[in-house]
Design a protein. Sequence first.
Length: 65
Amino acid sequence: MYQVNWQVLFGAGGNVASLILLKFGEAGPYEVDALMAAGLILFLLTLMVNAIADVLINRFGGKGR
């Protein structure tokens, strides 16, 4: 059974994208699935932040476009 590695939360430096890149080469099948899920979540969060920013810019300060 796979054990959760909580050290990833407390490691020094880096970000989620670099962690995915560094771990992908040595990952097993379950770890690849987890890394792909982390990448999808990162993409969705980025998409959501950009959509919210676009709405705010259009509503409050859309003169720059």
